[in-house]
Design a protein around this ligand. Structure first.
Ligand SMILES: NC(=O)c1ccc[n+]([C@@H]2O[C@H](COP(=O)([O-])OP(=O)(O)OC[C@H]3O[C@@H](n4cnc5c(N)ncnc54)[C@H](O)[C@@H]3O)[C@@H](O)[C@H]2O)c1
Ligand SMILES: O[C@H]1[C@H](O)[C@@H](O)[C@H](O)[C@@H](O)[C@H]1O
Length: 336
């Protein structure tokens, strides 16, 4: 069976996921596209999916008889309504991060999925599918003893003018928030944010860099440096310190040169290049589960917990230095 997919939101990542399904992955085809800006949908149709139908409204795409599954790749604030509509239609849905822009919105999705009685939603937390993080998890689970601390950094070379201080959490740290829960099989109990000296490259409405300190239920302490004007490259670092040793996230594979009395390895500058393979693997996982009428991988529950945790981090930014508790509701059995 070829899974017939409709894509809502054909901006940067919607276009890229359409390319993946149309040109890279097996088992699915793009039959429908929709964007708030119809020209964007038509451009993707022309370039990548000439047989796809273009819908004015995402809701019409979700309801279409020939759409088996939906990819929600529109602006974050629009995700909740589309995911709820997909659940109501009983169609598997891949939703880019964030699942919803508020914890209440994410909870409405969890409640709807629980009422539907089966997993239908996968959230686009692609780092869980990254080969480096997968290797790191194996070592953390088996070789370094009980994890005690994590030291991490999430550095972007620059960000646009509209990127303001809370986006360091909702847009950037959200990846670490999800991947460390998965890596450590743990949840957060508190967050604290402190601000070092501000970089002169950060614009007026952005405090950059920031240091986020997270504490988990098992007592692991995590420090994450978020530095989105670091200039030199796109750099994701993670070191887990355990009782018996420590483990580092591997650097992405790249050519090392020895030239002019220097030993050098290029550093990537674009997150799309850094995680290109993991996007392929996450969508292959979606296609496999959706073909069975369900979903696997990062769940609505993970999206909800990420939203609760990031709200606490934003509060911790606003009350810098204070420790903000994170309390999670009981997890429904659907997500065990
Ligand atoms: N997993 C990742 O690493 C990753 C990377 C980039 C973006 N994202 C997420 O993907 C989403 C899209 O990001 P992007 O970078 O592609 O943004 P983008 O601005 O390039 O594209 C968003 C598209 O959504 C469309 N849109 C806006 N409102 C809409 C609506 N109501 N209905 C249908 N379409 C609508 C816009 O016209 C635009 O074409 C965001 O939620 C973002 O956080 C995830
Ligand atoms: O939307 C992007 C993307 O999620 C990247 O992975 C992250 O490094 C950026 O900070 C964020 O702005």
């Amino acid at each position: 069976m070829t899974l017939r997919i409709g894509v809502i939101g054909t901006g940067m990542i919607g276009r890229d996921h359409t390319r993946r399904i149309a040109q890279v992955l097996a088992g699915a085809e793009i039959v429908a596209l929709s964007d708030y800006n119809p020209a964007a949908a038509r451009a993707v149709q022309a370039d990548l999916a000439p047989d796809a139908m273009v819908y004015d409204k995402g809701e019409e795409l979700i309801a279409a008889d020939d759409v088996d599954a939906v990819l929600v790749c529109s602006t974050g604030s629009t995700h909740e309504a589309y995911v709820l509509a997909a659940i109501a239609a009983g169609k598997p849905c891949f939703c880019e991060k964030p699942l919803a822009t508020t914890a209440e919105g994410a909870k409405r999705i969890v409640d709807a999925e629980v009422a539907a009685g089966k997993r239908l939603v996968q959230v686009g937390f692609m780092r869980r599918y990254d080969a480096g993080y997968q290797m790191l998890k194996k070592v953390v689970d088996s070789q370094i003893g009980t994890p005690l601390m994590v030291h991490a950094a999430h550095r972007n070379p620059t960000v646009p003018e509209h990127y303001v201080t809370p986006m360091a959490i909702h847009d950037t740290l959200i990846h670490e928030i999800d991947v460390f829960r998965w890596l450590l099989d743990d949840d957060y109990v508190s967050a604290q944010v402190v601000f070092p000296r501000k970089s002169s490259h950060a614009h007026g409405k952005l405090a950059d860099p920031q240091i986020v300190l997270l504490e988990t239920a098992k007592g692991v302490r995590i420090d994450v440096e978020i530095f989105v004007n670091c200039r030199y490259g796109y750099d994701i670092q993670c070191q887990v310190v355990g009782e018996e040793g420590l483990a580092n996230l591997p650097e992405p594979m790249n050519i090392t040169t020895r030239k002019n009395a220097a030993l050098s390895t290029p550093i990537m500058t674009d997150w799309k290049d850094r995680f290109v393979d993991s996007y392929d693997v996450e969508l292959a996982d979606f296609i496999k589960a959706a073909a069975q009428g369900t979903a696997s991988g990062p769940s609505s529950w993970d999206g909800y917990v990420a939203a609760i945790s990031s709200d606490a981090c934003v509060e911790a930014q606003e009350k810098t230095g204070q420790i903000i508790p994170i309390t999670l509701p009981a997890r429904p059995a659907l997500y065990d």
